[in-house]
Ligand binder design. Structure first.
Ligand SMILES: *Cc1c(COP(=O)(O)O)cnc(C)c1O
Length: 235
């Protein structure tokens, strides 16, 4: 089958991102296989996701629930692992519990309790990351570092959830050294959390503009949108 131009573009972008990950892993003396690439497909159509699946990409992240559910339905025959990375309010927990494999943005026990109650019995445990708030202006969501330990202990005790680690969306910085400062702060919290909770093995940090800094500081899941799909179509 001849490659369409969008397919070719997708292949070129995916290769470029994989190349950046491999180069950063080499600098960090890490194996690139330790790092999962999550393609953040918000605002992009199901066809763009299907192209990347055909190129071997398996993990996809979505922020907006209604938009995500449409794509999940359209693409249900494809081997995709779906990650919910958007803001999570109590009225959205049921659909997240029913349709996603991972959630990156749990920041309160109430949300986790609802996810545990609503996770279908036939489904494997929902893989949970706790979003930590780093820096002041970045975002209103995320648990304060000082309240993290108690939240992790609460989540670890819940059924049908598997506590896997931490996620953060630090303030956007241009210098690699400043980017690393925030990622290093998250890694410190992660190392501490891991000692308390043996199921913790995942550090979700790094986006298109700062994936190198994230890999250098120990990221195990990169959430990459723009570098894989081009500029977002809206919002
Ligand atoms: C949109 C988004 C990303 C991807 O950002 P890019 O800069 O496009 O790579 C990653 N994580 C979260 C939580 C997002 O909302």
């Amino acid at each position: 089958m001849p490659m369409t131009s969008s397919r070719l573009e997708a292949a070129t972008r995916l290769d470029a991102v994989r190349g950046r990950i491999t180069a950063a892993a080499t600098r960090a003396q890490r194996h690139p296989d330790e790092i999962t690439l999550i393609a953040v497909s918000k605002t992009h159509p199901a066809t763009a996701i299907a192209e990347l699946v055909e190129l071997g990409q398996r993990h996809f992240g979505e922020n907006y629930l209604q938009e995500a559910l449409q794509k999940i339905t359209l693409l249900r025959q494809l081997p995709i692992t779906w990650h919910f990375i958007g803001n999570l309010q109590t009225n959205k927990t049921r659909l997240v519990a029913e349709h996603f494999a991972w959630v990156h943005t749990v920041d309160r026990l109430k949300i986790a309790q609802r996810l545990a109650e609503q996770r279908p019995f036939h489904a494997p445990p929902l893989q949970v990351l706790v979003q930590v708030r780093l820096g002041t202006e970045s975002t209103k969501s995320g648990v304060e570092p000082g309240a993290l330990a108690e939240l992790l202990t609460g989540i670890a005790a819940l059924p049908r959830l598997q506590l896997r680690g931490l996620m953060a969306l630090p303030p956007a910085e241009h210098e690699e050294s400043t980017q690393r400062y925030w990622f290093a702060a998250l890694r410190e919290l992660f190392m501490h959390a891991k000692r308390q909770h043996p199921t913790i093995d995942t550090l979700s940090m790094g986006m298109s503009a700062d994936l190198e800094a994230a890999v250098l500081e120990g990221s195990t899941q990169l959430r990459i949108g723009t570098a894989l799909f081009g500029e977002r179509l809206q919002s």
